[in-house]
Each structure stands twice: as C-alpha cells, then as structure tokens.
Ligand binder design. Structure first.
Ligand SMILES: [Zn+2]
Length: 472
C-alpha cells in the first residue's frame, strides 16, 4: 500500500469558480488557487447535484444522484445499501479522516460512514446535542487539519470541509478587518471572503503539505458543493443558494492536482459533475474491485467527449431540473413561478409536518392499544395536504417529484445563446420540454432507491439538532 498516493478533498462551501482570477475574474486576485489550477487539471463546466450542502455532499460521497443516495431533505439519511467513498478507501487500506464544518453532515445521517476519525468537535454541546454554533471557523479548520496531517499514517483519504466562503457571521469567520473594510455590499463582501480563503487558509494548508513533503504524493481535489446567488441574498439571506437551480448556484469548482498522474495546466470544458469525483479517484489510485451504485463517470484518459445528462434537484424548496446538451429545464412549484415567494417554504413545510408527527406520536403513545392506528404511517396527511401541498402525501420526496413533473412551472434555457438564463423559451419548444420532463421522470422515479427516514426513536434527537440550527 505504501506506493498508493494520498487523497485530500477540500470542500470550499459556496465558492463560485467564476470568482477566481485564474478563470478570468477581475474583482480580486487569488494567487494560491491560480497556482494549484496551473499545476492541476480544472473542469470549467462542473455541476453539483443540488444547491444545498448536505444533499451535494451526499452525492460527492456516494457518486450518486439524490434519488439514489436518499438524502433529499435534512431529515433523510444516506441509504444503507449505498457505499460511500470513505468506506471504499478504508477497505482498500487507506487511513480515513473527515472534518465537517457544519453539523448537519452528521453521524446520524450517515456522513461519517467509513471515516476512521470524523471530527464533530466544537459542533456539539456537552449533552451531545448539537449546539447553535453549527459551523467551524477557518482557523479551527486549519489547525485541526494540520494536526491530523502531522500524525496520520499513509496512505490517507482525507476530506476537509471549509466554511469560510459561506455566509456566516463575521465574528465567527475570523475575517480580518482589512477585508471587511475593503468591501461593503454582499458581492464584494463575498469576494473578500474568497481572498481571505486564498491567503489565510489555502496557502497555509498547501505550505503544510510541502513542509511535510507530501504535496506531490497527494491527489488534491479542490471542490465546491454549490455556488452562491450573490444578488438574491440582498433580498433575503436564505436565498443565497438554496432557492434556485440556476447556473450561479449549480456550477462548482473542480480541480484535481496530481501532476505525476494528470498533465498540469489542462482545462476541460466538457460538462462534468460532482458524482464523477468518486469513480475518478478510484481509477487514479487503481482501486478497481469496487462494483457499486456509482452513477458518475471517470474523468481520466480517455476523457469523455460527450456531455452527460445532468440531473439536479432541491425538493426542499420545490425544484427539479435537468441539463441535456445546450438546454436546461427547471421545474418549480407553481406558486413560486421560479421566484422566492412561497407562502409555505420547504423547510417550513417539513417543520410543520414534523410538528404534526410529534403531536401524532404523543397522542399515539397515550392511546389504548385497541384504538391505535393500524396500517397507516401518517394519519396527519389529510391536514398537511391542505396546509402544505408540496409536502403532502406524507411529505415523501417521490410524491413531491411527481407533483412537480405534473403541475410544476417549466422554465427552459438555451445555455449556448443565453448563458445568464434571462430568456425562458419553454413555450417555444413544447416537445423538448416534454422530452426533458420524461428524462427527469425516468431517472428520478425509476432509478430511485429506498428512502431512509429517521426512526421514531431518533426523531427527538434530530429535532433537537434542527432546532439548534435554527430550523424551528
Ligand atoms: Zn454548502
């Protein structure tokens, strides 16, 4: 095993690749990112599967679309019959460690599977219930990573989640005053965080890899889980990335630096996806015994020439979409009309159902056995049907998906002629819309795995977790 390279994946949460100077951005200079891009291979048309941290990470870890790995809302787990990247590398003899920066990437939801060490320190209270401080600061992330790298046996598979590019409070972000003073509006403020990340995090981390003499023995993957809607946030903070499937939030950074394996400086503009990372790493290190559920493709030589179909969803907020060749179809819940004006948002809808479930369970416990409901999982669905139609029929993702396909508002973009997605051409191409809807249906309905919801006994703990994060 000693000849195997190490693997280090770094998630830069919310990082938009088009805000790096290496890719032509003029708003700031990112010398460390730029140098690593020069030394590695960059995929300039990389997509995530969902504009949402936990769904997107589940796709990274499993190489699957959400309908297959099962994480589609905060209340779902990675399906037990789906293998994770850490599990596969662990079995292949790698030492594995994971450092989440956000507590929803929890053990309970299956994100820790396969990691020898999975550090949630600082994200949990003494009672074991996750505290309000649900993200990790940049300095803590760097310090813990350095500590691990100095003591870990090789080869290792590591995943670091960096939250400094996410929208959080300055005081906990370690953002030095010079960046805060230089930028005022949110977009400039965002650039300040990217500059800070380049200078104060990535440069130090790469310096550590050099000092340890392992930079050129380590496959380094720079990835973002989704982008950021820099204008939406000025209307409402939660619109930063969770409320659309547009390019701003679906396009992600993907760089693989392994100069002894991949020719430095190559730029690939074919469409690729986050789910491709898992099979690509297996191929690069020669672990080929794994037959699995993976839907992604190898991004190694020969490089795939045809563009794949890209499936995307955020059922939490009532969106599903697909890109095929130059066209992208987004289906949104009818009351939103592609905007952020729903009376009952996904999170609220799920929260409502959750509350009703808890009430139902409490009543259920008090009932004599002969009065208990038999054969019906959700006796409250009649109530929730009326209040939150997109979370009706027990709030199951499959049901939401079918409703979207049948009743949702369709928006079609020609990304070649309209890359900024200003012009909805759905009414001009009804046959194409119908075909793309059928693709979504075939993928997400026929390809769906069994959903894994929390057991009733776990619900209280998960509810406390979500409340701590501000979802209630
Ligand atoms: Zn994220």
């Amino acid at each position: 095993m000693k000849d195997k390279p190490n693997i280090l994946i770094i998630t830069f949460d919310c990082l938009r690749p088009d805000h790096l100077s290496a890719l032509g951005y003029r708003g700031l200079f990112t010398p460390t990112f730029d140098r690593l891009i020069d030394e590695g291979v960059i995929f300039t048309n990389a997509y995530c599967q969902a504009p949402n941290t936990w769904i997107s990470h589940a796709s990274l870890f499993t190489g699957c679309n959400p309908y297959r790995h099962g994480v589609r809302t905060p209340l779902r787990k990675i399906a037990p019959n789906v293998r994770t990247m850490a599990e596969v590398f662990q079995e292949a003899g790698y030492t594995t460690f994971g450092l989440p920066a956000m507590s929803l990437l929890s053990r309970e939801a299956g994100f820790a599977r396969g990691f020898d060490e999975y550090c949630l320190d600082g994200l949990q209270s003494r009672e074991g219930i996750l505290s309000h401080r649900y993200y990790r600061s940049a300095s803590d992330t760097l310090a813990i990573t350095k500590h691990w790298l100095r003591g870990i046996s090789r080869p290792f598979f590591g995943w670091i989640h960096y939250f400094g590019t996410h929208r959080v409070e300055d005081s906990l972000l370690d953002l030095p005053p010079k960046y805060r003073q230089q930028y005022s509006e949110y977009a400039q403020y965002y650039d300040g965080k990217v500059a800070f990340t380049d200078e104060q995090f990535l440069e130090h981390l790469v310096g550590e890899l050099k000092t340890l003499g392992i930079l050129d023995e380590t496959i380094l993957v720079l990835w973002s889980d989704h982008g950021e809607n820099l204008h939406g946030v000025e209307h409402n903070p939660q619109y930063a990335h969770n409320w659309t499937l547009k390019e701003d939030v679906m396009r992600v950074l993907l760089v693989i630096r392994a100069p002894w394996l991949l020719p430095p400086g190559e730029k690939h503009s074919n469409v690729v996806q986050s789910i491709d990372i898992f099979p690509t790493l297996l191929e690069l290190v020669g672990v080929r015994s794994f037959q699995s559920q993976v839907e992604g493709k190898y991004l190694t030589t020969p490089f795939p020439q045809s563009n794949p179909i890209v499936y995307m969803e955020n059922l939490c907020q009532g969106f599903v979409g697909v890109r095929q060749d130059r066209f992208k179809l987004i289906i949104s819940k009818p009351d939103s009309q592609g905007k952020e004006n729903s009376q009952i948002s996904g999170v609220f809808g799920e929260r409502l159902i959750w509350r009703l479930r808890l009430v139902k369970n409490a009543i259920h416990e008090l009932l004599p056995a002969r009065w208990k409901w038999q054969g019906r999982r959700e006796p409250v669905s009649e109530v929730t049907d009326g209040l939150a139609p997109w979370w009706s029929a027990r709030g199951e993702p499959e049901e939401i998906l079918l409703r979207l396909i049948k009743h949702g508002t369709c928006t079609l973009y020609d990304l070649y002629n309209d890359p900024l997605e200003h012009h909805n051409i759905a009414s001009q191409k009804p046959t194409l819309v119908k075909d793309l809807k059928q693709i979504i249906h075939d993928l997400a309905v026929h390809g769906a795995n069994v959903e894994q919801a929390y057991e009733a006994s776990e619900e209280a703990a998960v509810e406390a977790h979500l409340r701590a994060l501000g979802y209630f």
